[in-house]
Structure formats: structure tokens, C-alpha cells
Design a protein. Sequence first.
Length: 275
Amino acid sequence: MKKTTLIVFTSLLSAATLSASWTTFQLNNRLSYNSTAMAHLNDGRLVYAHDGSVSQQNTFGSSAMTSFTNAPTGAYSYVTSNGYLGVGGTFVEPTAPVYKFTATNTNSLFTSGGPIQNYVAVAYGTEILISGVNGATSEIGHYTAEGTYTSIITDVSTYSAGLALDGAGNLYVADNDDQRIYSFTAAQVTAAISGPALTIADGAFVTNLGVSGSLAVDSLGRLYAAGWQLSGIQVFDTNTSIAGSLTPYAENKNYVVSTFSDGTDDYVGWLNAAG
């Protein structure tokens, strides 16, 4: 069976009206259901990783893609806008290579920093924050271009789940055990990198949207969540506490959401693997 995926970029969405203007395009079919990952460059262009192939969108809004010539083989767990690629990290294979590359250059080399627990990651300056299993439970860690890993939030849940950063550097973390979402201030994250580590209980409870697979947040404080537990995309406005849901493409549980920035505003994109 082939896999059909669709990527969508959203303008600033109102959780109250659940209406939006979308830029959408179809992605090429793939021959397997190996992990699919996406990120966005600062100009909004998609970086799409699936089944041993990493591609970069030629122009925003266009379906034309250019492949990275040196991408490593394997199933991908994540790709980030600042050039990190996780290969093979899942809850059954918690340690896997993390590759560093230049996300704007399709001829870039991919350099492995060694195996580390990793499931999903977000850009953090020139580094990344990773969600992955470490021992009996999952945690959030800080990972540098030199391959140095530091635990910053421990004992999050049994299995890893989504995380997202807003424009101010505040971190949102999903607990996969009960789908509760917590926030940590930028100051908390900075302090935890230098130690000691936090626990999920040190975060502020935000909401429970019933899903935990991926998170995103836009400039107006709307939190988006998607995952295997519910169909569509769940939305929560942190300013008004209004919640709702979107089904922008298909009525299925195959959505992945992510945040990207043009340097001024934070936007949200989604990918759907319809199958």
C-alpha cells in the first residue's frame, strides 16, 4: 500500500471560529509507512523527510521538491529547521543516530553525532530539544551540535510525546500517559540546561486536548495538538481558554502539526498521511 501525504500551512487561525486560509499541496506517494517528519525554513519552505529521502520545497506553496543528495537511509523520527535529523528513534528503538546537516543546502553532508534517545525534536537556537525514552520513562533533553546531551525534564510519561516552543522560548510538553499538556517558561528551560533537571510536575498545566503525538503554537497563543488518539487537529486558545477542532483534509488520526517562524510571526503547518 502506498502512502499519500499532504502538507498544509495555516495563516493565523481563530480557535473561536475555526476558520483559516490554507496553502496546501500534495506530496509524492511513498512505498512504506516508515516515520514521516517535517520542518519549515524561515521563509516557510518545507523540509520533508520520509523513508530514506529528505527533500526541500523549491518555493513556498509549490509542490516541487529537491532531494538532499547525501541523506542517510532509514526511517526518520524528526527533522528540524536548523538541520538535525533523527533516524530510527522510536519507543521500541530508543537510541538512534542524530545527524547534523545544513537545512538550506540540498548538497549538505549529514554528520552523525552518535546514538541518543530521540523521538521528536524542535529547534532551539543552533541546538535542539529532544523528547525521547531514557530508562523506564520518557524525558526532554538538550542536544548540541557537538553531540552533548543533557536531561532537562525527567519522568514525563511512559512513552514520548510532542513538544513545541513558542516565539518567546516557552516550552510546551505533552504527557502521553494522560494527554495533559504542560508549559515551562523560557527561564525554566535555560536554568535546567545548566542543571538541575526539572520534572513534569514543575510545569504549569495548560489543558488536555485528548491527543499527545505532536504540538504546535502560533503567535497569538493558540496551541495545536494531533495524534493517534483522535481524528483531526485539536486547538486551544491559551488567552481565552476556548477549545475546538479542525478537520482540514481527511477524517483520520494521521495528522502531525509543527510550528515555524518567519522571524516575526509564528505559524502552524500540518502533514497528513492518509494511506
